[in-house]
Design a protein around this ligand. Structure first.
Ligand code: VGL
Ligand code: ZN
Length: 208
């Protein structure tokens, strides 16, 4: 039986953008497959939020901004450890756009993140300094949301951090595992799944 979502449920669709999909700058291989079922499930929610990774050129989270640094290595920033990524989701490029099959008319709010040159943001709620809020918490509260469902890219980074922060902000939280795609960098998927389990995130393994 298809679950009936409640008026106080929100769907948060994280970073379903060209650069993380086939042919993108940081192609996670197979990301496109989650797009049609995300559209389908989004039609059943009364609150739908998309997030968009939205970096300026030369962003500090790019390996190319740190001479000699390899992509997927790590550096210490003033706010803590930061993984260095290939250039991705740069404002004004095609890679920053949502996947062409993602139905943007379903989004009630689009939260952009990672636009401060010296600060990255994985979570939809709080940037990587763990202090700078995006405003999402206030928006969801104002709309009476009590439970957050999360899906998108990447399970072990932006989706996972968003799920942990949803719990930390007092929301019941469900990860839609099969509507999410992982990076899996040196055990990051197992570690993030364990963290979500420990925090009380409900892991939903159904296809949607
Ligand atoms: C993401 C790495 C860098 C994500 C964004 O969407 O999970 N990962 N920027
Ligand atoms: Zn990014």
């Amino acid at each position: 039986m298809t679950e009936v979502f409640r008026p106080e449920d929100a769907l948060i669709v994280v970073d379903v953008q060209n650069d993380f999909c086939e042919g993108g700058a940081f192609d996670l291989q197979g990301s496109s497959a989650i797009v049609p079922p995300i559209n389908a499930i989004a039609r059943r929610f009364q609150t739908v939020v998309f997030t968009q990774d939205f970096h300026p050129a030369g962003h500090s989270s790019f390996a190319s901004s740190h001479p000699g640094a390899e992509p997927l290595s790590s550096i210490t920033m003033p706010y803590g450890q930061q993984t260095l990524w290939p250039d991705h989701c740069v404002q004004g490029t095609q890679g920053v756009d949502f996947h062409p099959d993602l139905d943007q008319s379903l989004a009630h709010l689009i939260i952009r993140k990672g636009f401060r040159p010296q600060l990255d943001s994985y979570s939809a709620f709080v940037e990587n300094d763990r202090k700078t809020g995006t405003g999402l918490d206030g928006y969801l509260r104002a709309r009476g949301v009590r439970r957050c469902f999360l899906c998108g890219i990447a399970t072990d980074f932006c989706v996972g951090w968003s799920a942990l922060d949803a719990v930390a902000h007092g929301f019941e939280t469900v990860l839609l595992r099969h509507l999410s795609k992982e990076i899996d960098l040196e055990g990051s998927l197992a570690a993030q799944m364990a963290a979500m389990n420990a925090a009380g995130v409900v892991i939903d393994e159904r296809a949607g």
